[in-house]
Design a protein around this ligand. Structure first.
Ligand SMILES: N[C@@H](CCC(=O)N[C@@H](CS)C(=O)NCC(=O)O)C(=O)O
Length: 346
């Protein structure tokens, strides 16, 4: 075979594989296996961290459970795997997982990869800086000549290059593929500053011996739409996209984990939009038939996982170490001035 024929054959095979991969076989395989494999950060308090029983808990983990509740009507049918950041997209492309929910920024070049499908943004974040309080630094503009700890393969490194150049400041990078090594380097003073998404910095701070000894500088230097990514598969992507929408719609109509049982018991008295989502003869039931997922998916997502607001407050809200007031965050509904848009379920 000439090199040209070989390349043509290889290209044709790739094209076929891509077309086939979009027809729903990933969702079929998940259903056959009885569980969805979801990749998360192995240790990120508030986002994904094993509890005393070794079960992963956190904001990002709950979207893995949402996918299982939608597909199977059972949020426990999920195999949650902690994978290091720079390996997680590779693992997904290689078929080592079905979805990742781990604060990955959707970027143009990542999304253009034929092995990946970004589905929906679950958290609008931006990049910032964390310093030891003892430095007395109050602004990132004071970081001229600083050594910055950052994560290999992240958008963080790219934004740092842009921002320091724009501000005509010098900096040095300490680049890590292992998160623990990066934290160790920062906490031991090997770097002057650590840069990452604001939420990641807040999570990292919880892993310090004395979290109060560190603070986040005010500058937000980038936009980081943190998103769920799956293997390309139309039905799987749609299931997760609309599962997330059910969580937002629940918020919009005042439905949550606490009152879903009552809402369902008195479905006939609910507003039409609520009946369409949580009634058994509405749009959500039609969608389940078309997608081949659990008929009571919408109700099960809210019963077993909760609305977006439930999940946000449980892991990041005022009663947690993050103390994020969602009503002032971009992660409130668009009707309240935020960035989370509800799409019609009808
Ligand atoms: N959102 C950025 C930054 C992601 C990032 O740096 N994540 C780190 C910081 S939380 C991470 O997940 N590390 C944990 C790990 O390696 O498992 C991106 O998508 O590039």
């Amino acid at each position: 075979m000439s090199i040209r024929t070989f390349l043509a054959a290889a290209l044709a095979a790739t094209a076929l594989a891509t077309v086939a991969a979009e027809a729903g076989p990933v969702l079929d395989q998940i259903k056959k296996d009885g569980k969805i494999i979801c990749i998360v950060n192995p240790k990120s308090p508030g986002f994904s961290v094993p509890d005393a029983q070794g079960v992963f808990q956190g904001f990002n983990v709950d979207f893995c459970r949402m996918a299982a509740a939608a597909i199977f009507g059972d949020a426990t049918k999920v195999d949650i795997r902690g994978v290091g950041f720079s390996d997680s997209l590779k693992t997904l492309v290689a078929g080592g997982g079905h979805m990742a929910s781990r604060s990955i920024t959707v970027t143009g070049t990542r999304d253009a990869d034929p092995g990946l499908a970004f589905v929906t943004t679950t958290f609008f974040d931006g990049q910032g800086f964390m310093v030891p309080k003892a430095t007395g630094l109050k602004s990132a503009k004071q970081l001229d000549g600083a050594t910055v700890c950052a994560e290999e393969g992240s958008t963080t490194l790219l934004n740092l290059a842009d921002w320091f150049a724009e501000n005509k400041l010098k900096y040095k990078i300490e680049n890590f593929t292992d998160m623990n090594a990066r934290l160790q380097a920062f906490f031991s003073g090997k770097c002057d500053v650590m840069s990452n998404d604001f939420t990641a910095l807040a999570a990292n701070r919880q892993l310090a011996e004395k979290p109060d000894a560190y603070e986040l500088l005010p500058e937000m230097i980038s936009s980081e739409p943190l998103s769920i990514v799956t293997r390309p598969d139309t039905e799987l992507q749609k299931t997760i996209f609309w599962g997330f929408q059910v969580m937002l719609a629940a918020d919009q109509y005042g439905v949550g984990k606490k009152n879903i049982a009552d809402v369902v018991a008195k479905i006939g008295t609910q507003p039409a939009a609520v009946q369409r989502i949580f009634g058994d003869k509405g749009a959500a039931t039609d969608m389940a038939t078309k997608l081949g997922i659990h008929p009571g998916w919408a109700v099960e997502i809210i019963k077993q996982v909760g609305s977006y607001g439930d999940v946000f407050d449980r892991h990041l809200g005022p009663a947690t170490p993050f103390r994020i007031d969602r009503s002032k965050s971009p992660n409130r509904l668009s009707k309240d001035g935020g960035l989370l848009i509800t799409y019609p379920i009808r």
